[in-house]
Design a protein around this ligand. Structure first.
Ligand code: GDP
Ligand code: MG
Length: 194
């Protein structure tokens, strides 16, 4: 696997985006990084890696680079998945508010993440597609997980910045400036299954 570029101060924090296929992981990253949305469903195999540069607020500003790792396809290869989790500082677990199965699987994703990362990291849960109010399925509250839950729409942008930025701030334990001055370029890395 290619090693990541780092920010000027050498610090690069990996944040993974996990959850069932179709939940909207790629769309959320595209909305957050590129401010765009597409309704064309494209299953890519491998990992999309998107940098997001920001600075801490306050007098001693410090540059921080987050790198969003969006896994797609091949999720059934265990060996691939443990490589994917390595070095993670935070996780966004996405489910589809219109799909009860994706909601039930949130627990499994959290478990797999915790088993592979093997340290305590900030995690948020994101129920996506909040714009599809008519299709929303009734799901029990996620209180037992103890992780913050956000209801987002990658389509209209609702709560996307807020959820991502809140997680980032939890990771660095400092308030952050919002915008990336120049949006990062998403890189696709393909995996072989060996
Ligand atoms: P992934 O497999 O988790 O990466 O999911 P995608 O980002 O590829 O999205 C799956 C499908 O859901 C695509 O057709 C998206 O256009 C659609 N989608 C994603 N997010 C939203 C959303 O917030 N609202 C609506 N209406 N559709 C969405
Ligand atoms: Mg995807």
């Amino acid at each position: 696997m290619k090693s990541m570029e780092t920010s000027p101060n050498g610090k690069s924090l990996k944040v993974i985006v996990i959850g069932d296929g179709g939940a909207g992981k790629t769309s959320l990253v595209n909305r957050f990084i590129h401010r765009t949305f597409s309704s064309i469903y494209k299953t890519t195999i491998g990992v999309d890696i998107s940098p997001f540069n920001t600075v801490t607020k306050g007098p001693r500003q410090r540059a921080i680079r987050f790198v969003l790792w969006d896994m797609s396809g091949q999720t059934h290869f265990k060996r691939f998945r443990s490589r994917f989790y390595s070095g993670t500082s935070g996780a966004i677990v996405v489910y589809d508010l219109t799909n009860a199965t994706s909601f039930r699987n949130v627990q499994e994703w959290i478990k797999e993440c915790q088993e592979n990362v093997r340290k305590i990291i900030p995690i948020i849960i994101v129920g996506n597609k909040s714009d599809l109010t008519e299709l929303r399925v009734d799901t029990p509250r996620l209180l037992e997980h103890g992780f913050p839950v956000y209801y987002t729409s990658a389509k209209n942008g609702d709560e996307v910045d807020n959820s991502f930025m809140t997680l980032f701030e939890e990771i660095v334990e400092e308030p952050l400036e919002k915008g990336d001055t120049e949006p990062g370029k998403t890189t696709h890395i393909s995996y072989d299954s060996s």
